[in-house]
Write a protein that binds this ligand. Structure first.
Ligand code: PEP
Length: 252
C-alpha cells in the first residue's frame, strides 16, 4: 500500500474581510510546526486570492479556490474561470461542495465538467461528495456516493483521478457540530476507494480521500488515524488559527 501524504485544506467559504484574514494567515504561517508534515492549503473567497498569494509567498501553504466555472471564458457575468485562478497560482480547486450542489443547483454532470476543466488547467480538483441525512437514514449512502463518483469517472475517465483529491463530506455533518464517527467515515472512505479500484487499483491506492464535516482539534486525530482517511477539508475550524494548526498537526 502506498503511504499517502495527508492534506489539510481550509475552506473559508464566504467568511473574512481583509482586516481579519491578514492576522489569521500570519498566525497560521507563524504557528506551523516543523513536525507537521502534511500538505496544507487555504481556499479563501476568490476576491482574496491575490492577497493570499502575497501572504503565502515563502510559506509551504498552498493556495486553493472554492469554485470555478465549467466554461472557458465569455459572457458569463459573475463567473471565474480556471485560467483566472491559474493567474494567482492556485494549486487546488474545490468542486461539487454540497453548498454549491444545494444552493446553486450544481448537478453531478456539472460537477464533472468543472472537475475536468480544473484538471485540464493543471490544478488539483478537490471533489466533494456526500450524502444527506435522509439518504443515510434510508440506507442510501453507498448509492449516493457511487452516483456522485461515477458521474465524474464516466466523464473524466479513471485517469482523471491520477492527481485528484476526493473529500467525503456527509452533508449532515457540515457546519452542524455533528461529526461522523471515525468508523462511519472510514466505512465510506473504504467504499470510495473500492469504487476507484473497480477501475484502477493504482489510482485507488494513491488517491487522497479527505474527510470533512465538523472536524475540530478534539476529533481530528481519531479521524485521521483511520486507514483510508488522508486528511481533512476544514470549514468553521479553519477560521480560528489555533484550531486549524492543531488539526494540521493531528494529520501528521
Ligand atoms: C466544509 O464546508 O467543507 C466543512 C467541512 O465545514 P465544517 O468544517 O464547518 O463542517
Amino acid at each position: 500500500m502506498t503511504k499517502r501524504l495527508a492534506l489539510v485544506a481550509a475552506n473559508w467559504k464566504m467568511n473574512g474581510t481583509l482586516k481579519t484574514i491578514r492576522p489569521l494567515v500570519q498566525e497560521v504561517i507563524g504557528g506551523l510546526k516543523d513536525d507537521c508534515h502534511a500538505d496544507i492549503a487555504i481556499c479563501p473567497p476568490s476576491i482574496y486570492l491575490q492577497e493570499l498569494q502575497t501572504l503565502l509567498t515563502g510559506s509551504r501553504i498552498g493556495l486553493g479556490a472554492q469554485n470555478a466555472s465549467h466554461l472557458e471564458a465569455g459572457a458569463y457575468t459573475g463567473e471565474i474561470s480556471v485560467n483566472m485562478l491559474k493567474d494567482y497560482n492556485c494549486q487546488y480547486v474545490i468542486v461539487g461542495h454540497s453548498e454549491r450542489r444545494e444552493f446553486y443547483h450544481e448537478t453531478d454532470d456539472r460537477v464533472a465538467e468543472k472537475f475536468i476543466r480544473v484538471s485540464a488547467a493543471g490544478m488539483i480538483p478537490i471533489l466533494c461528495i456526500g450524502e444527506q441525512l435522509s439518504e443515510r437514514e434510508s440506507g442510501e449512502t453507498d448509492t449516493v456516493i457511487a452516483r456522485q463518483l461515477d458521474a465524474v469517472i464516466n466523464m473524466a475517465g479513471i485517469d482523471g483521478f491520477k492527481d485528484a483529491v476526493i473529500a467525503y463530506e456527509p452533508v449532515w455533518a457540515i457546519g452542524t457540530g455533528k461529526t461522523a464517527t471515525p468508523q462511519q467515515a472510514q466505512e465510506v472512505h473504504a467504499f470510495i476507494r473500492l469504487q476507484l479500484a473497480r477501475h484502477d487499483d493504482e489510482v485507488a491506492d494513491k488517491t487522497r480521500i479527505l474527510y470533512g464535516g465538523s472536524v475540530k482539534p478534539s476529533n481530528a486525530a481519531d479521524l485521521f488515524s483511520m486507514a483510508d482517511i488522508d486528511g481533512g477539508l476544514i470549514g468553521g475550524a479553519s477560521l480560528v488559527a489555533a484550531d486549524f494548526l492543531n488539526i494540521c498537526l493531528a494529520a501528521g
